[in-house]
Design a binder for this molecule. Structure first.
Ligand code: AR6
Length: 167
């Protein structure tokens, strides 16, 4: 198993599947979701419209269209709420677990993940990264995996807490 952490833009990764931190409509938005829709092109939205949305913690797959990645695994992270920490943690773990299960079902050997919920949805980045690393190590053992961190703050946290995973 090989998990690494890199600073970059997930839309540029030529892996079998990239994960999208979507919302439950699956009809696009800001952040990484907006970047993926822009890079993949309008056919992505057309396919997403056929999926009927996605509940929080679950995942759905589409083609990658103009991306180098073959597939996009759309998952919906929890909106962070300090008063419901345990529930948020379980839902975030489910995002990783269900995305990885869907990747395995589609014979993916490599996946790139963003830091799900750690932007607009407000999940504290330190905890979000701990959950990402532990779930990927647990469930994606036989795949080549990368966590792609876009913002400098998240990457600084990774350098501090997971220096062994940084190339
Ligand atoms: N590559 C990798 N990571 C990125 C990129 C990129 N190109 N762009 C942003 N990030 P967010 P969420 C990072 O807000 O918190 C959308 O509107 C970003 O720095 O994209 O799950 C959806 O439609 C952050 O660390 O997703 C939903 O409505 C991480 O991706 C909502 O936002 C996640 O930030 C989902 O919120």
């Amino acid at each position: 198993m090989a998990l690494r952490i890199e600073h970059g833009d997930i839309t540029k990764y030529g892996v079998d599947a990239i994960v999208n931190a979507a919302n439950s409509s699956l009809l696009g938005g800001g952040g990484v979701d907006g970047a993926i829709h822009r890079a993949a092109g309008p056919e992505l939205l057309a396919e997403c419209k056929t999926l009927g949305g996605c509940p929080t913690g679950e995942a759905k797959i589409t083609k990658g269209y103009n991306l180098m990645a073959k597939w996009i695994l759309h998952t919906v992270g929890p909106i962070y709420n300090e008063n419901r920490k345990d529930e948020c943690e379980e839902l975030l773990k489910s995002c990783y677990k269900n995305s990885i299960a869907l990747a395995l079902l589609n014979e993916c050997k490599s996946i790139a993940f963003p830091l799900i919920s750690a932007g607009v949805y407000g999940y504290p980045k330190v905890e979000a990264l701990d959950i990402a690393v532990s779930c990927i190590q647990r469930f994606a053992d036989e795949m080549d995996t990368v966590i792609v961190l876009f913002d400098a703050e998240a990457y600084e946290i990774a350098k501090r807490n997971y220096s062994e995973l940084i190339a």
